[in-house]
Design a protein around this ligand. Structure first.
Ligand code: FES
Ligand code: FES
Length: 152
């Protein structure tokens, strides 16, 4: 079936199997590999992106469900001139990443969190990101990054 999705402002149409997951559509058909796959149980959040402005785990959504919708991936966060999104900048400045595998998903989830709650407490950040797992950082600097972005 043909599925058309606007990704980072650009329309993509690909002929995919009905069972294709959105994360596979983005990575394999659209060629945007910044969105990672970290599990097969919908639990790690590495695949988080924005669907119509809200963070979703793209391994839990069929590409067909996103037909005609708009998504933003990590590749769409920085400006065209390379200026980082304030959340990306905050992660960089606060050492919010080590291996970086969880980072695209963290950034997407965290920006969505601040859209809903622009001035979260540390506890609200921890609760808001509990669907995103990081095996490296111990979360402290991730939370610090999000709080820094909120006050930027
Ligand atoms: S790959 Fe989607 S939640 Fe882990
Ligand atoms: S920085 Fe390595 S998994 Fe989070």
């Amino acid at each position: 079936m043909d599925v058309t999705i606007t990704i980072n402002g650009e329309e993509h149409t690909h002929d995919v199997e009905a069972r294709t997951l959105l994360v596979h559509y983005v990575r394999e058909h659209a060629g945007l590999t910044g969105t990672n796959i970290g599990c097969d149980t919908s639990s790690c959040g590495a695949c988080s992106l924005h669907l119509n402005g809200e963070a979703v785990k793209s391994c839990t959504v069929l590409a067909a469900q996103a037909d005609g919708q708009e998504i933003t991936t990590i590749e769409g966060m920085a400006d065209a001139d390379g200026t980082l999104h304030p959340m990306q900048q905050a992660f960089m400045e606060n050492h919010g990443l080590q291996c970086g595998y969880c980072t695209p998903g963290m950034v997407m989830a965290a920006t969505s969190l601040l859209e809903e709650n622009p001035n979260p407490t540390e506890q609200e950040v921890r609760i808001g990101l509990e669907g995103n797992l990081c095996r490296c950082t111990g979360y402290h600097n991730i939370v610090k990054s999000v709080l820094a972005a909120a006050s930027a």
